[in-house]
Design a protein around this ligand. Sequence first.
Ligand code: LMR
Length: 394
Amino acid sequence: MFNTLTQQPADKILALLALYRDDPRDTKIDLGVGVYKNAEGVTPIMRAVKEAERRWWDAEETKAYIGLAGDPQFSDVMINLVLADAVKRNQVAAVATPGGTGAVRQAFELIKMANPSARVFVSNPTWPNHLSILKHLNVEAVTYRYFDEATGGVDFDGMVEDLSGAQAGDVVLLHGCCHNPTGANLTLPQWQAVVDLMNSKGLIPMVDIAYQGFGDGVDEDAAATRLVASSCPETLIAASCSKNFGIYRERTGLLVAVSQDASAQATTQGNLAYLNRQNYSFPPDHGSRLVTLVLSDDALRADWLEELEATRLGMLSLRQQLANELRTLSNSDRFGFVAQHRGMFSRLGLSPEIVERLRADYAIYMVGDSRINVAGLNAQTVPVLARAIIEAGG
Ligand code: LMR
């Protein structure tokens, strides 16, 4: 049986991890996978998370199953974090999932169950795993224009034109904040225009929010998701705790479905629990427990917010520094967009040849589409990167 299998295409982001690890040069710089690193290159366990873990180690008395949807308290704190009071609680169905990817996967499966002919419109570009999972599930993906290579911003006219070609029942996948891989985001008035377009055409929004707190602030980054959920009749939301709580390997996420009314909510909740049961039965508990403890304790929450804010500001200052260095070295403002982008990533607009030259000649690792993880830099490596980009022909 196994000899009928053929090799799967390598994941472009994860393939870099091994290449970087095996590079013996001690000047190497990793700007690949989206994992936060501090100035020392360490991915820290956040203080509040560590404290919650200590408390939970003492308090936990059993490892028995909890429920197919996970602990309802986790759903509550996360719904509050993402949606605040944008929708009524009796409109919301939610299940814990293994990470944001688990939520994305379950959302796509739910779409397929509810409407097998629905197509999913994804930004060009988008996180490669969106496309990969859709392909795996045999759900048709249609790309809409999003990134304007010339300006490093959003091609909003192109986006609207392409979404106008969607049909009632199609799903529009949107990045709630900190667009991955480009770092270019819609303004709130642009979000409002997309909401109006989706409502006029009967399109269903699905918001992937994996970097809340990494862009403009915890509430600012959720503003678009809240606008969509409060303005559209139905919304799917895949939320990740991997980055903003720094609990990558704990696999902690939430899938939320906002329904038109309470009766649809009950059936949707049942279907989400069913999907969990088919795929892995019970979602992992440890990470969601830590998030619940942090968000429901005033002191832990305040400390978490403080550390998250310091993280965000650190990335913002690296952006500014990189934009300044590139302005000086290139004697132009053509990389000015780096300071405008938000979140962990920026797409620099370098050719694959230059990306490869940076890896081979300078030991600088970025994704082939020239996406950099800003958090992979520090004040000392920013000038190194800027110089290498210009020398390599960028
Ligand atoms: C990324 O885009 O680098 C992260 O979301 C990690 C991943 O799983 O790809």
